[in-house]
Ligand binder design. Structure first.
Ligand code: BGC
Length: 731
């Protein structure tokens, strides 16, 4: 139930200054603030911010926290400003509030959108207890270039996977009822194609065909809007020369006219002001004019709306109608959240004082963390290890580390409660002293005698857990890399430890796919452990000692070499496709490496083995208006229970535009006991086979398709079916 406020009547009573005020969100410099995440956060200062609230000239604040202080700010807005319009209090709650869940890329590896819904719900429950109404999440960008640091915030390289997670996270953040005290308004970001920045360089230009924009980058936004998202953040980048923040085709054409989006668009942090540096606006006034007229409703932090809209309206460069439409959208979202009837929603100060976290979320954080881990290899079933009777050495700069557990874009996490690797492993061992811990090197630097100590510990052990990878600061915003490899000091450690001959299990910490060196590839087992959040140590102990079987799958391809970027599984076929093992000259390959992934999208092992039965189709042909059932029996033929992610891929054999080698169209994660089997069924319709044609209209083309039910993007044998034309004969 939204408020009964009459928005038109309210709008009629607002002065121009009050209207303009609603169109800005400013850094919350009054409440305890996460000041190190954005540049120049204190531009407005507490005194000025308070005056603006009193005057009714600011609509929203962001990245401050605290229910008691937030309540006081709201009191000023509601009781001291002339019209009493409540403030919207936002923040970046990306993968948890106080309880930290895996980075979104890690959670995507679970291939469980329902898990993402639950962690988003938990984050919303914690955030709304601490005076927040609105999160700048989920990130729904599709990221195909692993050099880009913000891959860590995304669900990786696949559009279908990203769409499923985007919708699930919106449902999780917002819950069933937007007016509920624990409902957190979601923001889809970054609109649009931010994940396609050229060369993986953050903020860089995006040069993209309209077809790829629509086929690859927009569907997750659409899916999340259909799931109820009411705010969208415009991205920093330009697309084909037009910055997203002033891009009328995007903000008005696609979002509102084509999709019927009813919410509002907020800029990214000063992205309207940045139109000047882009060379798209001459000055601040011009930047305000271009962005509002394009369809931007709310300006974040730059102040260009506050400073220039009144003049622009007076001069007729911005119409009152356009301005009113933006104000109306923002007031409407506030009303849908029940803020006029209940301005103190999410600002309830608990009588027992602020509780920084909810202990009941620990179990969810642990489960989410272990479900996010991907086992790339497990030669001779070296994993799981035993909890007793085995001398284990834990080696590497992440062995005891407490600085790199939460991962990037977590600004309110309670780091005192995070479980590091050593603590988690010791807690699980029957004899905690059977674990020897040696750092070996620092994250980027050698330690004197470090390698010698590590080698001695490895020689003395029956198994080595080698905790190496990237630190948090290599990932996230403005952290693009040219070489997606381990720092040299860690590479030297890996080589020395592998050379001892003791079985080595790599616990890789990473916020992107990494190019694994040959030494690292030679390890007996490799677990991709991302940044797993509060329960890192316990979750990894659960996996290493076999209390839980790994079940994650790669949401990004792991390349052989950095220079393969951007590498993604669903790339269009070239005219001279690479043929592994075949005649390789004059083929699509690099001099140094094959045009393949070292570990493909969708890959991940478990502690058991699965067998896929023959793929059966309900018919050899898919009629235009019907669906095709695709099924196969999946059997657990190993000796342990486990979970398999059954993936459905298709390929259009001949089309009017070159189609990807394969595209994911469905997946299902199933748990099977040893010896158990189950039939997994998917349904395909022609809508699943649609793409943008040469005229950029969506089409499905009759003809032959290949289809796979497989455990990764490069395995399985295809079966074919034919899409039949519509009865009228039209395609
Ligand atoms: C980031 C956004 C974030 C905003 C507010 C920007 O730098 O790109 O993702 O929501 O800051 O903190």
């Amino acid at each position: 139930m939204s408020d009964r406020v009459d928005i038109d009547a309210l709008l009629g009573r607002m002065t121009l200054q009050e209207k303009i005020g609603q169109l800005s969100v400013l850094a919350d410099s009054i409440r305890p603030f996460a000041f190190d995440v954005n540049p120049d956060s204190f531009q407005w200062g507490p005194q000025r911010t308070r005056e603006l609230i009193q005057a009714g000239e600011v609509g929203a604040l962001f990245n401050g926290v605290g229910a008691a202080e937030g309540r006081e700010l709201q009191r000023i807005a509601v009781e001291e400003s002339r019209l009493g319009i409540p403030l919207l209090l936002g923040a970046d709650v990306i993968h948890g509030m106080r309880t930290v869940f895996p980075i979104p890329l890690g959670e995507a590896a679970s291939f469980e959108p329902e898990l993402a819904r639950r962690t988003a719900r938990a984050a919303a429950v914690e955030a709304t207890r601490e005076g927040l109404h609105w999160t700048f999440a989920p990130v729904v960008d599709v990221a195909r270039d692993q050099r880009w640091g913000r891959v860590a915030e995304t669900t990786g390289e696949d559009t279908y996977l990203a769409s499923q997670f985007a919708a699930a996270r919106v449902r999780g953040f917002q819950g069933e009822d937007l007016t509920a005290n624990d409902s957190l308004l979601a923001t889809l970001k970054h609109f649009a194609a931010y994940g396609a920045v050229s060369a993986g360089l953050d903020y860089n230009t995006v040069d993209l065909s309209p077809q790829t924009l629509h086929d690859v980058h927009l569907p997750p936004f659409k899916a999340a809007i259909d799931a109820g998202a009411l705010t969208v953040m415009s991205s920093f980048n330009d697309i084909n020369g037009v910055p997203a923040t002033a891009n009328r085709d995007l903000l008005t054409g696609i979002l509102r006219e084509q999709w019927g989006f009813e919410g509002f668009v907020v800029s990214d942090y000063t992205s309207d002001f940045e139109l000047i540096a882009h060379g798209y606006a001459a000055d601040e006034k011009h930047a305000a004019q271009l962005s509002l007229n394009a369809g931007l409703d709310m300006s974040m932090q730059s102040g260009v709306f506050m400073d220039h809209l009144a003049t622009l309206v007076a001069e007729g460069a911005v119409s009152l109608q356009t301005l009113d439409a933006a104000v109306r959208r923002i007031l409407d979202v506030k009303a849908r959240m029940g803020m006029f009837d209940n301005p103190y929603r999410s600002l309830v100060v608990p009588p027992e004082g602020p509780a920084p976290y909810l202990a009941e979320h620990d179990a969810l954080a642990r489960d989410a963390a272990r479900r996010s881990v991907v086992m790339l290899k497990n030669a001779s079933d070296v994993l799981p290890l035993r909890k007793s009777g085995q001398r284990i050495a834990l080696i590497g700069p992440f062995a005891r580390d407490r600085e790199n557990l939460a991962g990037c874009w977590n600004i309110f996490g309670d780091s005192t409660r995070e479980i590091d690797l050593e603590t988690g492993l010791r807690a699980a061992l029957d004899d905690p002293d059977s674990l020897t811990v040696v750092e070996g090197c620092e994250i980027e630097d050698a330690i004197e005698g470090g390698i010698e100590a590590a080698v001695a510990a490895a020689r003395d052990a029956e198994a080595v857990l080698l905790a190496v990878g990237e630190p948090t600061r290599f990932t996230g915003e403005a952290q693009s890399r040219t070489q997606i490899v381990l720092p040299a000091a860690q590479q030297a450690l890996v080589e020395a430890v592998i050379a001892t001959g003791t079985p080595v299990i790599v616990l890789l910490r990473n916020g992107r796919a990494l190019a694994l060196s040959l030494a690292l590839q030679a390890a007996d087992a490799i677990l991709v452990t991302w940044f797993l959040g509060s329960q890192t140590g316990h979750a990894l102990a659960d996996l290493v000692f076999g209390d839980h079987s790994p079940s994650g799958r790669l949401p990004i391809s792991f390349p052989h070499e950095s220079g393969q970027q951007p590498y993604y599984y669903n790339h269009p076929s070239s005219g001279r496709p690479y043929q592994p093992g075949g005649f390789e000259a004059f083929r699509t390959r690099w001099r140094e490496t094959a045009n393949t992934a070292l570990y493909p999208f969708g890959h991940g092992l478990t502690y058991t083995r699965f067998e896929y039965g023959e793929v059966e189709l309900s018919a050899p042909q898919l009629e235009w208006d019907e669906t095709l059932a695709v099924r196969a029996r999946i059997a657990n033929v190993g000796t342990r229970g486990g979970e398999e992610v059954v993936q459905l891929y298709v390929h259009d054999r001949v089309a009017s535009r070159v189609r990807p080698l394969r595209e994911l169209k469905g997946f299902e994660k199933i748990a099977l006991a040893p010896g158990e089997s189950r039939i997994v069924e998917f349904r395909l319709s022609r809508h699943d086979l649609q793409f943008r044609g040469v005229d950029n209209r969506p089409i499905a083309e009759p003809g032959l398709f290949d289809l796979w039910l497989a455990p990764s993007a490069t395995t399985g044998d295809p079966v074919s079916f034919e899409l039949r034309p519509a009865a009228s004969g039209a395609g």
